[in-house]
Design a protein around this ligand. Structure first.
Ligand SMILES: [Zn+2]
Ligand SMILES: [Zn+2]
Length: 155
């Protein structure tokens, strides 16, 4: 009986470091050329199909598409200084007031001070999402949490 089949052979092209989504941290990787081979009695005889480049994590051995190399490490949570420096952008882009207060007080800022910092940027006017009960700067038109459009009342 003749035993034939297919197998994938890997050739290491180069090595480096990347953010492994499986290990969720930075790991060494090997960029490999994967090539399916026709095998006879388990010995590779000739390649079938085109070679493909893959990335293998040297730690967990998981194999990824090469697009994994352009993935970035998830950003660390914003520091209090980041929040305060970008408060106007954050509010203008529709971050709920309550989330900002929560993040600022989590970073040890007093609640009163956090509220005052927000008031300094957008004043006292707010729009509130009727579903989430989150409030936004008064010129925000969509709730960023549930997507509901926020109605503006004249009163
Ligand atoms: Zn890994
Ligand atoms: Zn909402």
């Amino acid at each position: 009986m003749i035993i034939f089949g297919a197998n994938t052979r890997y050739k290491t092209l180069h090595k480096g470091h990347f953010y492994c989504p499986n290990c969720m941290t930075e790991r060494p990787y090997e960029l490999k050329e994967a090539r399916p081979y026709f095998t006879l009695y388990f010995l590779p005889v000739f390649p079938i199909g085109k070679p493909r480049e893959v990335v293998q994590c040297a730690h967990c051995q998981m194999i990824f598409d090469t697009t994994v190399l352009s993935m970035e490490k998830p950003k660390r949570p914003m520091s209090l200084a980041d929040i305060l420096n970008h408060l106007d952008d954050l509010l203008a882009s529709g971050t709920p007031v309550e989330y900002l207060v929560r993040d600022m007080t989590a970073a040890d800022l007093e609640r009163e001070v956090a509220l005052r910092a927000i008031r300094d940027v957008i004043g006292d006017a707010r729009v509130e999402c009727p579903d989430c009960h989150l409030s936004y700067a008064s010129d925000i038109t969509t709730c960023s949490v549930c997507g509901r459009s926020l109605e503006h009342h004249a009163d």
